[in-house]
Write a protein that binds this ligand. Sequence first.
Ligand SMILES: [Zn+2]
Length: 140
Amino acid sequence: MLSASLIVKSKGDNVICSNILRVLTATQRSLAVFAVITTILIIWICMWLFYKVMYPRPPKSMMPKEGDVTTPRTCNFCGHSLAEYRGVLETQPHSDAMLATDEVVADTADTGTTKNQALFFCNYEHQADFHAGKTYKAHS
Ligand SMILES: [Zn+2]
């Protein structure tokens, strides 16, 4: 009588135990899914912070303002490309005379400038070096 009730009791316990196990397994699975999602979110936030620090926005003074010409121009000295408003644009004073003569056209073909184009430089240093007749050295 006693042993029979024990057997019945243990059978009931087994059912409860398997139910608890099932619930625990389901909880573990959802915890694993939650962990994966949390990990992805943490990595995403870390990468966002990393890029925020490594590649900050350029200061407002570097951004083009109203009326700035943003077309890329090639430096006549070093050959680098730069937006027109960030460099030095030099209008040629003899442009009318240059349009008339053929030898100037041949001359400008050497330097890579067309007759209607003004000279363009990255900075005043490159402008000065160009007129001083220096040649560009990448590491000087
Ligand atoms: Zn340059």
